[in-house]
Ligand binder design. Structure first.
Ligand SMILES: NC(=O)c1ccc[n+]([C@@H]2O[C@H](COP(=O)([O-])OP(=O)(O)OC[C@H]3O[C@@H](n4cnc5c(N)ncnc54)[C@H](OP(=O)(O)O)[C@@H]3O)[C@@H](O)[C@H]2O)c1
Length: 239
């Protein structure tokens, strides 16, 4: 494995994102870690950690952020939404709201494409690029047996297509790149909080363990794995 020296974590203030930032600093003490937050800057600091505020729904902010980097080895996108204070995921077609659907696409789908575009010049300089995105098993079309959650499922299914497409273009244009969609498992964060009562015993994971699992997968992946959708154990999830 090539040790990364320049790492970007998008959404480092979220439950999983924050655990990933902390684990990265202990696994790669010589790397520079740039992490973004949205509403509140986390109090956690380290000499080789830099926080930047970024609204992932702003294409201007994304492209300006990308311009700050001359080289990036790993980019991990941990941003995501399932519910807002006004709106939960849909149980039926009566609860469909167009604005909520589009908000899911703006937060869960489009940013990864814009990040790949903004960081492409910085990726070109790296000897080993990892672009990893946290998706969700419920974005799998084949695995969908329960229905519901229209906006979240559709936004993650579209994200998965973005990841697959990027992996195909990168295979041609950036042979040292590995592009992955990762499912963390149900993890104890703000995102899953309203739905934790239905989680079977032992199946609600701690963000620190999930972060370690996902970072091990990213570290051990190679360009021949590019375009895969893996769960936290490294098992393939059908698209
Ligand atoms: N937790 C689970 O069980 C689970 C299961 C499957 C998949 N996932 C996926 O895992 C990823 C991480 O989720 P999590 O569980 O860590 O949730 P979380 O704790 O709610 O974190 C979500 C992060 O996304 C950020 N965010 C939301 N809107 C944003 C925007 N417009 N611009 C920038 N950042 C924004 C949030 O920042 P603010 O709070 O400041 O807005 C927060 O840092 C998501 O993609 C989620 O879909 C989670």
């Amino acid at each position: 494995m090539t040790i990364p020296s320049h790492i970007v974590v998008i959404g480092g203030s979220g439950g999983i994102g924050h655990a990933i930032v902390q684990k990265l600093l202990s696994l790669f003490p010589n790397a520079l870690v740039h992490a973004t937050y949205h509403r509140h800057e986390p109090s956690f600091q380290a000499p080789n950690l830099k926080w930047t505020q970024l609204d992932i729904t702003s294409s201007t902010e994304i492209s300006q952020f990308g311009l700050q980097f001359s080289r990036v080895d790993w980019l991990i996108n941990c941003v995501g939404m399932l519910h807002t204070p006004e709106h939960g995921p849909e149980k039926n077609i009566e609860s469909i709201d167009g604005q909520f659907f589009l908000r899911n696409i703006k937060v869960n789908t489009l940013p990864t494409l814009l990040l790949a575009q903004a960081f492409f010049p910085a990726f070109k300089v790296s000897p080993s690029v990892k672009l990893a995105v946290i998706s969700a098993r419920v974005g799998s079309i084949e695995d969908n047996g329960l229905g519901g959650w229209y906006s979240y499922r559709a936004s993650k299914a579209a994200l998965n297509m973005v990841v697959k497409n990027l992996s195909i273009e990168m295979r041609r244009r950036l042979k040292q790149a590995t592009v992955l969609a990762l499912h963390p498992g149900t993890t104890d964060t703000e995102l899953s909080k309203p739905f934790q009562t239905n989680v079977p015993e032992g199946k609600l994971f701690n963000a620190d363990n999930v972060a370690l699992d996902l970072l091990n997968l990213i570290a051990n992946s190679t360009p021949s794995d590019s375009g895969q959708f893996w769960d936290y154990r490294g098992e393939n999830i059908p698209w």
